[in-house]
Design a protein around this ligand. Structure first.
Ligand code: 6PG
Length: 478
């Protein structure tokens, strides 16, 4: 153990932990390192000689904690779930009042709330912190979503601000609210990430199966779209993935990759929380469900055989020349609707959990560093700056204009895809939500009638105040 006291300790040196530790060290902070397999900590210093002075590997958890400046700051970057609790069990007895534990992994915010309660009364602080940006983000600047006590954020700020991504000189890190706020926002970020990726994949499906384009041609289209309203990291990497060639076969890389998407659970958590809050995050749901369907490949293949005689009614996209700008507009419009759903979920959570989430700041810290970074997030930030209370992005004046302009394209694409038999679950969920959300007279009156008939659940009337029950005719089974 070296005698230089460390500013922060990073526990868990997998891809994200190691890269974040290097990032912090590069910003001039001394970082104590510990990992269950202790060699990893020593290897990290050896492999990064330029930062060696700031990388302080340790053999034991006791040395790791003892080597930290007081108040001690321990950042956990371990797998979500039980491993976090196991590490807290090991570290907490070695800490003193005033010390800070940060869980920087992708935690379920309910666990973060529970862990925050667990430390209550001990004087030790617990911070749930969402970190986005993958390996490169962690190394060179992620977007960081901080939860916990505001006073603790003030203590951590000098380390986190330089470590975070910078958007035109503004650090992409903010304190978002108490206990689980940071991890909740990260979960919704991931839900939006799923929807964004699914919608892009659906458009890829149209380009491939509707317009019969080859990956290199598609790469050029996405690269072109990346210069305008859709400009984002995800569109940029889509172009890069489509342009790649498999060195083994010489075929486009995307053509040799199995069509089964994995998932670690954060998208699903986002959907579960949206449902619990009564928010229809239907594009996020469609994206999570589509990953589920994708993973049932054998089943899909047998269904394809069973339905091979089902010919699409029309090949909606064939021979389309004006189709590309329509697709671009449709994707942009659907994306706005997906973000509106994610933001609506955060707005509701903010009220229910008493977080007072700064929705504009969230857009600001997502403008760089994170996976969903895009030009469009700057528009969202502005909508919150200028729009007063934005109940839903679909009601923010700048977005009303954009969605009103783009909805016809979305409608065309969804209907052509339906006729061509090309599945677009997230794009069509976006359109259905938009049409449902903007309809002043819905159809739930009928549902209320049904509920009142079979269960005397009562209903409200348009013309009178109060709660009513009607004597419906008795329906006997025939
Ligand atoms: C990020 C990402 C990251 C997530 C991966 C994979 O913000 O850096 O959201 O946290 O783990 O994107 O997620 P899935 O395996 O669930 O697709």
């Amino acid at each position: 153990m070296t005698s230089q006291p460390a500013d922060i300790g990073v526990l868990g040196l997998g891809t994200m932990g190691a890269n974040l530790a290097l990032n912090i060290a590069e910003e001039g902070f001394a970082v104590a390192l510990h990992n269950r397999t202790t060699e990893k900590a020593f290897d990290l210093r050896e492999d990064n000689a330029a930062l060696a002075d700031n990388l302080l590997p340790t053999e034991t958890i006791e040395d790791f904690v003892a080597g930290l400046k007081s108040p001690r700051v321990v950042l956990f970057m371990v797998n979500a779930g039980a491993p976090v609790d196991e590490q807290i069990d090991l570290v907490m007895p070695l800490l003193s009042p005033g010390d800070i534990m940060i869980d920087a992994g992708n935690a379920d915010f309910n666990d973060t709330v529970r862990r925050t309660k667990r430390v209550e009364g001990s004087g030790i602080h617990f911070v749930g912190m969402g970190v986005s940006g993958g390996e490169l983000g962690a190394r060179h600047g992620p977007s960081i979503m901080v939860g916990g006590e505001e006073s603790v954020w003030r203590q951590l700020r000098p380390i986190l601000e330089p470590v975070a991504a910078q958007y035109h000189g503004e650090p992409c890190v903010a304190w978002l609210g108490t206990d689980g706020a940071g991890h909740f926002v990260k979960t919704i970020h991931n839900g939006i990430e799923y929807a964004d990726m699914q919608m892009i994949a659906e458009v890829y499906g149209i380009l491939r199966d509707g317009l019969d384009l080859k990956p290199d041609a598609m790469a050029a289209i996405f690269a072109d779209w990346n210069t305008r309203g859709l400009s984002s990291y995800l569109i940029e990497i889509t172009a890069a993935v489509l342009a790649e060639t498999d060195p083994d076969t010489g075929r486009p890389m995307v053509d040799v990759i199995l069509d089964e998407a994995g998932q670690k659970g954060t998208g699903r958590w986002a959907v579960i929380e949206a449902q619990k809050l009564g928010i229809g995050a239907t594009t996020l749901e469609a994206a999570v469900s589509a990953r589920g369907v994708s993973s049932r490949r054998t089943e899909r293949q047998s269904a394809a055989g069973l339905y091979k005689h089902v010919a699409p009614a029309a090949s909606g996209f064939a021979g389309e020349s004006a189709g590309l700008s329509e697709l671009e507009d449709a994707l942009e419009t659907a994306k706005i609707i997906a973000y509106a759903q994610g933001y609506a979920t955060m707005a509701e959570a903010s009220t229910v959990f008493g977080w007072n989430l700064p929705l504009g700041d969230i857009a600001r810290i997502w403008r760089a560093g994170c996976i969903i970074r895009s030009r469009f997030l700057d528009d969202i930030a502005k909508a919150f700056e200028t729009g007063g209370t934005v109940v839903n992005l679909l009601q923010a004046p700048s977005f009303v204009e954009r969605v009103a302009r783009g909805q016809a394209a979305l409608r065309q694409v969804v209907s052509k895809a339906a006729l061509a038999g090309i599945p677009v679950p997230a794009l069509s969920a976006a359109l259905a939500y938009f049409d449902d959300y903007r309809r002043s007279r819905g159809t739930a009156n009928l549902i209320q009638g049904q509920r009142d008939l079979f269960g005397a659940h009562t209903f409200h009337r348009l013309d009178k105040d109060g709660t009513f029950h009607h004597q419906w005719p008795a329906i006997q089974d025939s």
